[in-house]
Design a protein around this ligand. Structure first.
Ligand code: PRP
Length: 174
């Protein structure tokens, strides 16, 4: 299946480093927990935390979003919960993409009830054309058009997560 390049590895690396530096500045002296949302964000999160020059804890949230390969339904099930309490901690939720916003807003509302000191969102990609629930993304990599993106953690039918770049699967190939 042809994948059309969108952002190459160097462009992604530069942007991710910038986000890491911004987080380093904003969270100096704070008790920070970075929470990647599995699976899509694992590559982004792995690179991002290596640009955060602070003592940072990492904990994971596993979620299953009902829907087909390309559309989430907004019904989200937590399949793996955090291993530690986040009460009183500064938490950054890390997503690969905010599409309709349904997944992240569900998770935000869930985590905020656990009384973190603060809760923010980092996402590599945002697709505003598909917004159903407006979401404030505090650390955003790139805004993209309404295209289907794979690579750098993002999949199509569980494939292509290992591509070192972000690419587009053309409509006629889906
Ligand atoms: C993707 C992505 C987000 C969600 C975004 O997950 O990682 O969690 O969809 O869509 P939304 O804003 O419309 O809710 P996906 O269900 O593809 O699972 P994965 O992360 O395991 O690939």
């Amino acid at each position: 299946m042809p994948i059309h390049p969108l952002f190459d590895a160097g462009t992604i690396a530069e942007r991710v480093a910038e986000l890491g530096h911004a987080i380093t500045r904003d969270y100096a002296g704070k008790d920070l927990v970075v929470v990647p949302i599995l699976k899509g964000s694992y590559v982004f999160a792995a690179d991002l935390v290596r640009h955060i020059a602070l003592d940072v804890a990492v904990d994971f949230l596993g979620v299953r979003s009902y829907g087909d390969d390309q559309n989430s339904s907004g019904v989200v099930q937590i399949t793996t919960d955090l291993s530690r309490s986040i009460e009183g901690k500064h938490v950054i939720l890390v997503e690969d993409i905010v599409d309709t916003g349904l997944t992240i807003s569900y998770l935000y509302d869930n985590l905020v009830t656990r009384q973190p000191a603060s809760l923010k969102i980092a996402s590599l990609l945002h697709k505003p054309a598909r917004t159903r629930v407006p979401v404030k993304i505090d650390y955003l990599g790139f805004t993209i058009d309404d295209v289907f993106v794979v690579g750098y953690g993002l999949d199509y039918g569980q494939k292509f997560r290992n591509l070192p770049y972000l690419g587009i699967v053309a409509n006629e190939d889906r």
